[in-house]
Structure formats: C-alpha cells, structure tokens
Write a protein that binds this ligand. Sequence first.
Ligand SMILES: Nc1ncnc2c1ncn2[C@@H]1O[C@H](COP(=O)(O)OP(=O)(O)OP(=O)(O)O)[C@@H](O)[C@H]1O
Ligand SMILES: [Mg+2]
Length: 219
Amino acid sequence: MAIIGQSGAGKSTLLSLLAGLDEPTSGTVKLMETDLNQLSDAARSTWRSTNLSFIFQAFHLLPELTALENVQLPLDIRGDKQASQQAARLLGKVGLSDRQDHYPAQLSGGEQQRVAIARAFVTAPSILFADEPTGNLDAQTGENIITQLFDINEQQATTLILITHDAALASRCNRQFRLEQGMLIEGLSEARAEGLSEARAEGPNDTINKGSNVEAVKD
Ligand SMILES: Nc1ncnc2c1ncn2[C@@H]1O[C@H](COP(=O)(O)OP(=O)(O)OP(=O)(O)O)[C@@H](O)[C@H]1O
Ligand SMILES: [Mg+2]
C-alpha cells in the first residue's frame, strides 16, 4: 500500500508510530495483534527486528562496512550461521554480486539503495516500511529501484507500506491512502487521479491535493 500526502502532513511521523519508533501521546498502535508500546524497550526492539524492515530516502548504510557486511548485519545480530550466504544471495537479486566488497562511498546512489533493499529483505520481514525510497535518485534509477523492490516484495510476500510524493508510483500499489489534515483517507484525491492521467501524457505534474469526501478510515 502507498501513503501520499504533502510535505509536513505527517507521513514519516505516522511511519515512526506504526513501527513503534515513536510513542503516541494518546491512543494505541497495534501491529499484527501486538501493542508495541506495551512492550519493554528491549522486547520492542527484538520484536521490531524480527518482524519489520525499513528503507529510507537517505539509504542509511553503515559507511565502515562493505555492501555484503551491511546486508548480513541484521542476520549476524541474530547469530544466523548462514548470514553471509543469505546476504550474498540477496545482493545477487539486486544485481550487485560484483560490488559486494565495495564500501558505500564507492557505490552510486542507486547502488547504495539496492544494498539497502537487499538488507531490508534479507531477514524476510512481515512488514517493510519504505519512506520515499527513490527521493534521492533520478527518475530512471528510481524506476529500476522500484521494479526490484516490487519484484522481491512479491516473491517474499511482504506487506509493503510505501510513502511517496509520486501519485503515479502510488497508483502501482494495491491500495492507496492519503494523509490529509491528520486523517488517513483511502484513495488518491480526484485532483490527484486526474493529474495522474495528465502526468502520464505530459510528464511531471504536481497537482495540489485538495481532497474529495472519501470515507475516513482513521480519526
Ligand atoms: N521531532 C519532532 N518534534 C516536533 N515536531 C516534529 C518532529 N518531527 C516532525 N515534526 C513536525 O511534524 C510535522 C510532520 O512531519 P513529518 O516529518 O512526519 O512530515 P512528512 O509528511 O514526512 O513530510 P515530508 O514529505 O517533507 O517528508 C511537520 O510539521 C514537522 O515539522
Ligand atoms: Mg517524511
């Protein structure tokens, strides 16, 4: 599913709340029947590393580790004996087998994000949160990254929650939500949906999102 919304609408904040990285001032967040805020810090962090993965706009690779070491790190932490083989397999899936001994500074932005994708999937998470994963990449590189992300997502049957400014990208997901004035509303707004067909014909179009009255799913 995709979540769109204007800058400052609270998309990244919502993601932090959903993943138990942030604590709500009121209300509760239940993820796969678990209320993360009821868990101790240690239990929450174990739960998160077992069930969730993240991909961010700014890649967030560890600069002192090679591509392979970055990808195997989450498995190393679990004491997985197959960490290195699994990491190499995932790097192969994103087409980076020949770059596995490179450090992040020796990789292009697109290659760094492919390493981040391999790292996100290596633990076979139930849910993958991606916050503007192509925000720092040119259109063609972004397109390649998204194709790989969607492919591996389908193969591993992961639940992908994708935050994006791009209505065309959002429309490729199974479900779309928009975050507007504190409400999460299902569907692209009519302006967005119309802008989308124009955008496809004419190129980029940042139609402003002034919502229609679609059923609100969350207050
Ligand atoms: N730690 C914080 N303390 C106080 N306010 C914050 C904090 N983090 C974000 N905000 C504010 O909360 C609002 C939502 O921020 P958030 O980062 O969730 O927006 P966003 O929808 O992800 O925007 P963008 O598309 O630019 O990434 C913004 O007005 C921001 O200034
Ligand atoms: Mg954000």
